[in-house]
Design a protein around this ligand. Structure first.
Ligand SMILES: [Zn+2]
Length: 290
C-alpha cells in the first residue's frame, strides 16, 4: 500500500475518505474567497486517531494565494465589515486595547474594524492584489506571511479568521502565532466546523467543502491543535455572518438542479441578512504559562 501523509494535527496515520472531485486545472481562481464550487475538493483523508480531515495532495497552495484576485470579495466589503465588527466587539470582552495582527488579512477589513475600535492594528496577507486594495484604503496590511515579519516583532493579540483551513501546516501556524505573542497574549481563531449539523446533513455538498479548504476542523480537533500549540481556550462560540441576499441566492441555487436555477436579481444586493447556521467555530485562546 502506498504510504500516505500523517495527520497534520496528531501525526497518526490518515486514510482516504473521499477521492478528488476536482474538475479541470487548478488556478488561483479556484482559491477565490468567493468561490462557489461547493463539494469540489482534492482527495480528502481522515485521521485514524483524532478524526482531522486534510487534503494530502495539495501541499503547495501559497503560490495560488500570491496571485489571487477576487473582485467579488471587495464588492462584499460592507457585509464583511459588519462581520469583522461583530468579531472585534466579541474580542473587546477579553482585551480592549493593544497591538493586534490579523493573519491572512485580505484587503484589511478586520484591520479597519480593529483600528476603529482602538487597537493598534496591522495585517499580513500573501495576495498582492488584496494587499494593494488595503493600501489604497490606507490600511496597514503588509504583503507576505507570518514568517516574513521581523523576528523580534511581537503582538498582544493575533487573529486568524477563516484562514487555518487554508494552510498546509495548521499546527505549525498556531505554534508560530504563539511565539509571536507577548506573555498571556490572546489569539482568536475562526474556522468552519465539519461536524456541524449542516456539514453532516449535506455531506460532501456542504458549502465549506471547496478546493481552497485543505484542513477540516471540528470542536475536538481544533481544541487539540490549540492545546498542542501551547494555548488554553478561554472562550468559544458559534459566530454568525452577514451576507447580501444575492450572494446567498447564488449559493442556495447550487443545491438545486441546474434547470431550475435563476437570478439573482439586482435588488438582492441591497439587502443584508445576518445568518447564523452554527457551522463555524470561534475560539479565544490565551498563551499558556510555560
Ligand atoms: Zn489526527
Amino acid at each position: 500500500m502506498e504510504e500516505t501523509e500523517t495527520c497534520r494535527i496528531c501525526s497518526s496515520s490518515t486514510k482516504l475518505k473521499w477521492p478528488s472531485s476536482l474538475e479541470g486545472e487548478l488556478s488561483s481562481n479556484s482559491f477565490a474567497i468567493t468561490d462557489a464550487h461547493y463539494g469540489q475538493t482534492s482527495a480528502v483523508y481522515g485521521c485514524s486517531t483524532c478524526g482531522f480531515m486534510q487534503c494530502n495532495d495539495l501541499s503547495d497552495v501559497l503560490s495560488f494565494y500570491e496571485t489571487l484576485q477576487d473582485q467579488a470579495y471587495e464588492q462584499g466589503r460592507k457585509e464583511r465589515y459588519q462581520q469583522s465588527r461583530a468579531l472585534i466587539d466579541y474580542l473587546q470582552k477579553f482585551q480592549k486595547t493593544g497591538s493586534l495582527l490579523d493573519v491572512g488579512a485580505g484587503s484589511g477589513i478586520l484591520v479597519e474594524a480593529a483600528a476603529k475600535a482602538g487597537y493598534e492594528a496591522t495585517g499580513i496577507e500573501p495576495s498582492r492584489w488584496l494587499q494593494e486594495e488595503a493600501e489604497k484604503l490606507n490600511l496597514s496590511v503588509k504583503k507576505g506571511v507570518l514568517s516574513d515579519l521581523p523576528d523580534e516583532q511581537r503582538f498582544e493579540i493575533i487573529t486568524l479568521i477563516d484562514v487555518i483551513e487554508h494552510v498546509v501546516d495548521p499546527l505549525g501556524l498556531l505554534t508560530d502565532i504563539r511565539q509571536r505573542l507577548h506573555n498571556r497574549g490572546l489569539c482568536m481563531v475562526a474556522t468552519p466546523d465539519c461536524r456541524s449539523f449542516f456539514a453532516r446533513l449535506l455531506g460532501r455538498r456542504w458549502w465549506h467543502y471547496r478546493v481552497a479548504h485543505i484542513g477540516y476542523f471540528d470542536p475536538k480537533t481544533l481544541t487539540l491543535a490549540c492545546e498542542k500549540a501551547g494555548f488554553e481556550i478561554i472562550a468559544q462560540k458559534r459566530p454568525g455572518w452577514f451576507f447580501t441576499m444575492d450572494y446567498l441566492w447564488v449559493r442556495v441555487m447550487q443545491y438545486l438542479p441546474k434547470w431550475i436555477r435563476f437570478g439573482p436579481f439586482n435588488w438582492m444586493k441591497r439587502i443584508t441578512l445576518p445568518i447564523n447556521l452554527r457551522d463555524s467555530l470561534l475560539v479565544v485562546l490565551r498563551v499558556k504559562d510555560s
